[in-house]
Ligand binder design. Structure first.
Ligand code: CA
Length: 296
């Protein structure tokens, strides 16, 4: 149809050669296939759920053992070509050597979307074979497609690194490579099987501080694990020397062990230092540090 129209132009306007040329050029432009449709921009990252409790005391000598924590997988779907039919997204959980499992899926609105999914993340020393693989989560795969099927896939690493208050990774019973724990002031150790790896470092002295340094990848977060109790108090937190405010580890009533009390924002790649300083709250000056965790 279009070609016929152009030919007619050429016939009728043959004495106006320039005009005919323009018309033909326009037709040729129409004949070129549509521009490549852009797949969605996808950003995805893991962050801990503040206030949640690490749900295992992670005794490394126990077979099948693991430390689990609640996390939020945050997915941001940015610009994409909104072609028909509507775009789609999905998140899969991937296991070591086993088939992935679809966690959630949906369609993308014309202006993109932000999705928050609560997912478990874990540290485990379980490396045995289980019918060809294990249930240890290796990563989450986020896939998003525009209506033309142009797809973007992003993987988010799931396992956490747990570094104890003494700088050791209980899994290896050795200092965690790339990290360090140092203190000043007066700290003591508490031993109880309710703590992660059976131990916390605690102090009641005002100004006693602990530094945790770790080398992380782009976008990773570092969290602090402390118990909350009625005889515990406040701590000040610094990140790379910059004040981040206070956390309060006082709660009335029952103790809440292994609580994720604070985390960094997503970090730049490289070395970062968290500093925990005891405020020594009057009446309940004690704070305990149980572990630091890295995820993302
Ligand atoms: Ca501990």
């Amino acid at each position: 149809m279009t070609i016929g129209y152009a030919r007619r132009l050429e016939t009728n306007w043959v004495t106006r050669g320039m005009v005919v040329t323009v018309a033909m050029a326009t037709m040729l432009t129409w004949a070129v296939p549509a521009a490549h449709a852009a797949p969605p921009d996808v950003e995805a990252r893991i962050e801990f759920v503040i206030g949640s409790q690490v749900d295992h005391n992670y005794k490394p000598e126990v077979p099948w053992d693991a430390a689990y924590a609640d996390a939020v997988l945050r997915v941001e779907l940015g610009a994409f070509d909104d072609v028909t039919p509507p775009g789609t997204w999905s998140v899969e959980t991937w296991f070591a050597g086993m088939a992935p499992n679809e966690l959630a899926s949906g369609s993308i609105g014309a202006l993109g979307a932000e999705i928050g999914l609560t997912v478990p993340i874990e540290a485990t020393d379980y490396e045995d074979d289980f019918g060809g693989g294990t249930f240890a989560v290796t990563h989450y795969e986020v896939e998003a497609a525009n209506g033309a099927g142009a797809t973007t896939t992003v993987n988010v690493t799931a396992p956490i690194v747990v570094v104890q208050e003494d700088g050791k990774n209980a899994r290896f019973d050795a200092l965690e490579p790339g990290t360090s724990v140092t203190t000043n002031g007066r700290w003591r150790m508490s031993n109880w099987n309710g703590w992660l790896d059976g131990q916390t470092a605690w102090t009641t002295k005002k100004g006693s501080r602990m530094w945790f340094t770790a080398t992380v990848s782009e976008g990773q977060v570092i969290a602090i694990v402390m118990p909350l109790a009625k005889n515990r108090g406040e701590a000040r937190i610094k990140l790379d020397g910059v004040n981040q405010g206070r956390v309060d580890t006082y709660v009335p009533g029952k103790i809440q062990r292994r609580t994720i009390v604070w985390q960094t924002p997503p970090l730049s790649a490289g070395s970062h230092t968290i500093e925990v300083i005891n405020v020594a709250t009057p009446g309940h000056p004690r704070i305990d540090i149980d572990a630091f965790m890295i995820a993302g």
